[in-house]
Ligand binder design. Structure first.
Ligand SMILES: Cc1ncc(COP(=O)(O)O)c(C=O)c1O
Length: 393
C-alpha cells in the first residue's frame, strides 16, 4: 500500500545533519569516541533526593489511576510557591497554573488554542524549533524575527511589517535565550508586552533556562511585568536535570490558561503523578540548582577560555548551557563544525544554520556560528579544551 503523508509532515524541513553525522560515525568506526557538545541534554544524574521522592511516590500512588489533566493540586501549589519566591509574583494555582508534559509538548501544542489558518506566530531565529513547527501544525504562519549580536540578541520590533502584525496571534520570546545565552533587560520585556497588548497578541515566554545564569542578578521573567495576555512556560528539565521525567508548567493569564487546558484535555492525560511528586521535591530545593549553576559556569569558562586561546572571538554567555560561538570571519558554520570533527580534536557541535530559520529577506542569523551545549562532564570539557587550544584559527 502506498502511504499518503499529510502536507504538514511533508513540508517539515528535515534536519541537514547528514554530513556531520557521517563524520561522527566515521570517528566512531575508527575507534574515536567524540566529546559531544551537540544536544542540550544534561548528562549529570538527576539529584538523588529527587529520584528518591519519585520512587517513594510510586508506592504512595500505587492505585492512583490517570493523572489530573491540569496538574496535581500539590504540584500546582509548589509551582505557585516557586514563582512567588523566584519572581515575587502571587498566582492562583487553581486558575493561573497548569501542568505540562515538559515544555516541548506545551510549546508545540500552544498554537492549537489560538491560531486559525492564515494567522501569524512570531518566532525568534535562531530559536527552539517547536515555536514554528507548532504554528505550522495549527495551520498558522511563522514569521521569523532575527536575533543578532548587534542588538544584544533581542528581536527588533520595528522589523515586523504592519500587515504581519495585524494577523499575529502569538509572539514567542525566550530569555535567558537559547542558543545565544543572552538575557533580556526588563525594558525589553516591557516593550514587547506593551506592543502585544496594543495589538491583541498573546505573549508566550519560554523561560526554560531562567535558573541557569552566571551573574549575581537573577534573570527577569515576563510575569514580573504583567500577566494580562501573557503566559510563561517553565520546565524542570534543565533546572533540576530532569529531562527524562517530562514535567513542566504554564503560568499566567487565566483566560489563556483555560483555553490551553481545554486543548490539552483532548491531547494527553497529564504527567504521571509520581513524577509531579518528584518535581515538587525539586521545586522546593534551591541548593542543587546553585551547584548546577556553578558546574555550568566552570564548564563555560574552561571551554570559552580555550576557544579564545585558539584565536576565536570571545562569546561567553551570560546564561543558559550554550556557547553560541562565532567562526573566524568568512568561515561557514558547517565548515567550522567540521574543523572540530578532525580526528585530533573529535568534538561535536551543532552548526548554527541548523537551528536558525532564514527570515523573510533570506537572512540566516545562524550563519557563521556553532553551538556548544555544555553537557559533557567537567573532566571531558577540560579534555576538549586541551584539544581546542592546539587548534589555530
Ligand atoms: C529553549 C527551550 N525551550 C524548551 C525546551 C524543552 O524543555 P522540556 O524538556 O521541558 O521539553 C528546550 C529543550 O532543550 C529548550 O531548549
Amino acid at each position: 500500500m502506498e502511504i499518503r503523508v499529510s502536507r504538514r509532515v511533508r513540508e517539515l524541513s528535515g534536519y541537514a545533519f547528514a554530513e556531520v553525522d557521517q563524520r561522527v560515525e566515521k570517528l566512531r568506526q575508527a575507534g574515536i569516541d567524540p566529546i559531544d557538545f551537540g544536544v542540550g541534554d544534561p548528562t549529570q544524574p538527576t539529584p538523588e533526593f529527587v529520584r528518591k521522592a519519585c520512587s517513594e511516590a510510586l508506592d504512595a500512588r500505587a492505585s492512583y489511576g490517570y493523572p489530573s489533566y491540569v496538574g496535581d493540586p500539590g504540584f500546582r501549589d509548589a509551582a505557585a510557591e516557586w514563582i512567588s519566591r523566584r519572581f515575587g509574583v502571587e498566582l492562583d494555582p487553581q486558575t493561573e497554573i497548569t501542568s505540562t508534559v515538559g515544555s516541548k509538548e506545551a510549546v508545540f501544542h500552544f498554537a492549537e488554542g489560538f491560531v486559525d489558518p492564515g494567522d501569524v506566530v512570531i518566532c525568534p531565529t535562531p530559536g527552539y524549533p517547536p515555536y514554528s513547527r507548532g504554528a505550522r501544525f495549527a495551520e498558522g504562519e511563522p514569521f521569523f524575527l532575527p536575533l543578532r549580536e548587534s542588538n544584544g540578541f533581542l528581536p527588533d520590533l520595528s522589523e515586523i511589517p504592519p500587515s504581519v502584525r495585524d494577523r499575529t496571534r502569538i509572539f514567542w520570546i525566550s530569555y535567558p535565550n537559547s542558543p545565544t545565552g543572552a538575557l533580556a533587560p526588563e525594558a525589553f520585556l516591557a516593550e514587547v508586552l506593551a506592543y502585544c497588548g496594543r495589538y491583541g497578541i498573546i505573549v508566550a515566554s519560554d523561560e526554560a533556562y531562567t535558573d541557569i545564569y552566571f551573574s549575581g542578578e537573577k534573570p527577569r521573567g515576563v510575569l514580573e511585568v504583567s500577566r494580562d495576555g501573557v503566559v510563561a512556560f517553565f520546565s524542570l528539565s534543565k533546572r533540576s536535570a530532569m529531562t527524562g521525567y517530562r514535567v513542566g508548567f504554564l503560568a499566567g493569564d487565566k483566560k489563556v490558561v483555560e483555553v490551553f487546558r481545554k486543548v490539552k484535555t483532548n491531547l494527553d492525560s497529564g504527567t504521571p503523578t509520581f513524577v509531579q511528586d518528584a518535581a515538587v521535591a525539586a521545586l522546593s530545593d534551591e541548593s542543587h540548582v546553585v551547584e548546577m549553576r556553578d558546574q555550568y559556569r566552570r564548564k563555560r569558562d574552561i571551554l570559552v577560555d580555550a576557544l579564545v586561546g585558539a584565536g576565536l572571538p570571545e562569546c561567553r554567555p551570560e546564561a543558559t548551557l550554550y556557547v553560541w560561538q562565532k567562526a573566524p570571519s568568512g568561515m561557514e558554520d558547517v565548515e567550522f563544525a567540521k574543523a572540530f570533527l578532525d580526528p585530533e580534536v573529535a568534538i561535536v557541535t551543532t552548526p548554527g544554520t541548523w537551528i536558525a530559520e532564514p527570515t523573510a529577506s533570506g537572512e540566516n542569523p545562524g550563519k557563521g556560528r556553532v553551538r556548544f551545549a555544555l553537557v559533557p562532564s567537567v573532566e571531558a570539557t577540560e579534555l576538549a579544551a586541551e584539544r581546542i587550544r592546539r587548534m589555530k584559527f
